[in-house]
Design a protein around this ligand. Structure first.
Ligand SMILES: [Ca+2]
Ligand SMILES: [Ca+2]
Length: 173
């Protein structure tokens, strides 16, 4: 009889365990990895990620969440700059933060995810995180423009060019 009770208890634990989704652990940003000056006092919640872009660029960032009860979720933003939106598509566990025209500066945007238990069953709960958006001034990349060994521009590559090269490089020592 004892054995039957123990087996029944194990089965009960197994079955009740199956009804909850196991959510992956949250991946957070290491503050030491941030290579620009920011104000930690403006990071209201756990630091989810740092997004770097340039003035005038478009930004799309996916935020993921997981509800252990598999309830539908709503994603919201707080303190977002003008023009930034959060959109939910077919995947109930993610949302896209979209900003079509980033403006130079630093922004501390809070993301809230709220679950929706069946009506009257339980009240809603949420989780919150902060994303730092660092928008640099626009920077145009340098361009390699060619190769040239004719240092004195006389149309020939010869010992005179080598002498110029040697003179320039020996000066530094
Ligand atoms: Ca829930
Ligand atoms: Ca030459």
């Amino acid at each position: 009889m004892k054995k039957i009770i123990i087996v029944a208890m194990i089965l009960f634990v197994m079955i009740s365990g199956l009804t909850a989704t196991v959510c992956p652990p949250t991946r957070l940003v290491d503050p030491n990895s941030i290579d620009f000056e920011y104000d930690p006092n403006l990071v209201n919640y756990k630091l989810m990620c740092v997004v770097r872009t340039e003035n005038g660029e478009g930004v799309v960032k996916t935020v993921t969440a997981c509800d252990p009860n598999d309830e539908p979720m709503t994603f919201l933003l707080l303190n977002e700059p003008e023009g930034m939106l959060i959109l939910q598509g077919d995947d109930p566990n993610e949302a896209q933060i979209v900003w079509t025209d980033a403006v130079k500066g630093i922004y501390y945007v809070d993301v809230i995810v709220i679950d929706h238990p069946p009506a009257g069953d339980q009240y809603s709960k949420d989780d919150r995180g902060t994303i730092i958006f660092k928008v640099y001034p626009q920077n145009l990349p340098p361009i390699l423009t060619g190769c040239n060994g004719d240092l004195n521009a006389d149309g020939k590559m010869d010992f005179e060019d080598f002498a110029i090269f040697a003179a320039v490089w020996s000066k530094d020592d």
